[in-house]
Design a protein around this ligand. Structure first.
Ligand SMILES: C[S@@+](CC[C@H](N)C(=O)[O-])C[C@H]1O[C@@H](n2cnc3c(N)ncnc32)[C@H](O)[C@@H]1O
Length: 254
């Protein structure tokens, strides 16, 4: 890229808005050459004080990135605004970041939220989880998290119930519950399929299942689990550019 004094000065301008825009443009152009892209700096969600305050509260404990947190937060707000009854749940909680944004979006301290995790990392990957050439596939035990940290990070949410163990072993403990929103984030085919088989029939009409990983080349098993599960059902997975996917359950007559 040819050196431009005008752009250089903008990138080092004292005005933070001008500076932010100039750096955004600079990286955008450089990354385009490699088939990569970054979000526009002027996107409302990226500047939202509401989300910034939640990220501040969360701190720097690892977890899913800001765009996916934003999506879960707004989805939870939708579910609350539409008055969908039922509990909420998450499979694959790690340190709790996605549950933190879901429960913050719901803003309902009496709606039970159930979280399932081995806290020993991923289970064994199968054939269907082997990623395309050149992309690392997962190994058992990857992404292990300390349950105590997760409980501390979610301590403000008294409605949160923890189920340590391999999915689906502890699902029977909530088999009589109904659900409004379920988040799946377990990276692999088998636990994703187990979660769909358990939660979909228990999802209220108008409720939603959302998953991470569906659009990731590193998680082909998740794509397959969703595509196979919904192949013969009227509802279909809606992939979104963050790599997440969602499926709303139809309301009869809607
Ligand atoms: C990518 S992390 C989840 C990230 C999390 N949602 C967040 O907000 O940061 C995947 C999690 O799934 C859990 N996991 C994967 N396979 C599992 C299984 N078969 N049973 C229970 N937990 C599992 C792992 O322990 C890990 O914490």
């Amino acid at each position: 890229m040819a050196f431009s004094l005008k752009n250089f000065l903008k990138r080092h301008s004292a005005n933070p808005v001008t500076r932010r825009k100039a750096w955004n443009k600079y990286f955008e152009r450089r990354l385009e050459r490699h088939g990569l892209h970054i979000y526009k700096g002027h996107l409302n969600w990226a500047l939202s004080p509401e989300l910034a305050a939640l990220h501040e509260r969360w701190g720097d404990t690892p977890g899913i990135p800001a765009d996916r947190c934003c999506f879960l937060y707004n989805l939870a707000r939708q579910v609350a605004a539409r008055g969908i009854p039922g509990d909420t749940a998450e499979c694959g909680v790690r340190f709790g970041k996605s549950s933190f944004f879901i429960m913050s979006g719901l803003g309902d301290p009496v709606r039970p939220h159930h979280v399932f995790d081995s806290f020993s990392g991923l289970s064994e990957a199968g054939e269907a989880d082997v990623a395309m050439d050149g992309v690392k596939s997962w190994s058992a035990g990857d992404i292990a998290a300390d349950e105590r940290v997760c409980r501390e990070k979610l301590a403000a949410f008294e409605q949160c119930n923890f189920y340590r163990g391999w999915i689906p072993e502890r699902f029977p403990e909530i088999e009589d519950r109904r659900f409004a929103l379920v988040h799946i984030d377990v990276d692999l085919l088998e636990p994703t399929r187990d979660a769909l088989e358990f939660f979909w029939p228990r999802l209220e009409a108008g409720g939603v299942i959302v998953s991470d990983d569906y659009g990731f080349a590193t998680c082909p098993g998740v794509t397959r689990a969703f595509d196979e599960f919904f192949a013969e059902r009227p509802e279909k997975p809606l992939p979104i550019p963050t790599g997440q996917v969602l499926v709303w359950k139809d309301r009869p007559g809607a």
